[in-house]
Write a protein that binds this ligand. Structure first.
Ligand code: AMP
Ligand code: AMP
Length: 361
């Protein structure tokens, strides 16, 4: 486990006047690099050859490091290179998608913006649920066995990419029928039965508020709200119900993009309280709590109940809808504030206040 002492030692050797902001070249890297540039930082991008075109077209990266695979971030030589460049890494979804939580907390000896300890809370479904429930959020009910199903549920296979193999059921009978048919179609195996997570289906619209928790200002800011554009679920409505039945479609949720949302204003106070409470609880679980961006995945029902499914304790790609500005960032900062820039601003202020150590936990 990398400790704050390790980070302090690395920072001692850094030339803090020449700090650079670095990240993996994907997900929300353009957002992060643009923000870093606007706050006067140098930028370092670790990327794959095939993606380098993006960083040649947009003039945002000072140092491009080409790797074959993102796991090369674990190589000592690459880490030494990043440290020599005085890099502070900003983690995003590709870090957790391509590296394990243990690798991130134990083997990445480069200062990282955020609280690494929270990665463990986030990575485990049970502990994440505990965190959110203890923060007073409303979560969909879960059912221990299919025999307990008494309402519409979604059956989820842990680790299923993009919701592949998820299905809906509303009674023990319909669950078993659907499960057997998924097995017949080769989408699931009999052994999956014990592993399936049964969750109340919250019928409503998906809303993803993104927050920034500032350790320096001791405040949680709501910076933008998005929804996802997912294939195939967002296309199912384009074909008539009769054809849907014929081809036996099952919704999958492969992310293709995001839309910005402006919410009904009376929903904002509750979302703000939720953000505050999640951070407050995180402070108890893993001090100093959330450092920087986080996002709640919610569904809002027609009686305006807000169900939370998941938390990401890092920048989510949905904040890319706010590059430049979003209504919520505008309300607080005026023009030209967005998650990537907000991160860089916090790093800059921490350097000025000699508090870098506090944001690189
Ligand atoms: P990628 O590097 O594009 O493969 O993304 C890394 C991880 O982030 C994957 O698990 C994606 O599902 C997720 N991701 C990428 N882009 C988005 C997005 N726009 N919205 C939500 N999740 C995303
Ligand atoms: P997940 O793999 O948990 O991120 O879920 C993928 C997608 O399935 C989410 O983006 C939601 O749209 C949908 N979903 C997951 N769980 C539920 C639920 N309990 N109720 C309604 N929709 C859900």
């Amino acid at each position: 486990m990398i400790t704050s002492k390790d980070i302090a030692k690395i920072l001692e050797k850094y030339d803090q006047k020449k700090l650079a902001i670095g990240t993996l070249g994907s997900h929300s890297s353009l957002n992060i690099f643009k923000g870093a540039k606007e706050e006067g930082f140098r930028t370092v991008c670790v990327c794959k050859e095939k993606d380098a075109i993006m960083y040649k077209k947009y003039p945002l990266v000072d140092e491009l490091i080409i790797v074959k695979d993102f796991t090369e971030l674990l190589n000592e030589a690459l880490q030494e290179k990043l440290r020599k460049l005085n890099v502070i890494l900003v983690p995003h979804g590709s870090f957790t998608a391509y590296l394990s939580t243990e690798e991130l907390t134990d083997s990445l000896f480069v200062p990282m913006f955020g609280n690494r300890q929270l990665l463990h809370w986030e990575a485990n479904r049970k502990s994440q649920e505990e965190w959110l429930r203890q923060a007073g959020l409303r979560l969909p009910a879960t059912f221990k066995t299919p025999e307990d199903i008494d309402r519409l549920i979604i059956a989820k296979l842990p680790g299923a990419k993009g919701g592949r193999g998820y299905f809906l059921a509303n009674s023990p009978k319909s669950f078993h029928q659907k499960f057997d048919s998924m097995v017949k179609r080769g989408l699931l195996t009999k052994d999956d039965l014990g592993k399936i997570h049964l969750q109340e289906y919250a019928l409503g619209v998906n809303v993803y508020p993104s927050y920034f928790s500032s350790i320096l200002n001791d405040d949680v800011e709501l910076l933008c709200v998005d929804r996802r554009y997912e294939s195939a679920v967002d296309s199912i409505g384009k074909i008539p119900a009769s054809e849907q039945l014929e081809i036996d479609v099952n919704p999958t949720y492969t992310i293709v993009g995001n839309f910005p949302i402006v919410l009904r204003e009376s929903l904002l106070p509750e979302l703000m309280r939720m953000g505050d409470n999640v951070h407050k609880k995180a402070k108890e679980l893993a001090p100093p709590g959330i450092i920087g961006p986080f996002c709640l995945e919610t569904v809002i029902t027609d009686d305006l109940k807000i169900f939370t499914f998941e938390i990401s304790a890092r920048i989510v790609a949905g904040t890319n809808v706010g590059i430049g500005t979003s209504p919520y960032a505008y309300l607080k900062y005026g023009e030209n504030m967005y998650m990537g820039r907000r991160i860089a601003m916090e790093i800059k202020e921490a350097r000025e206040q000699k508090r870098l150590q506090d944001i690189l936990a």
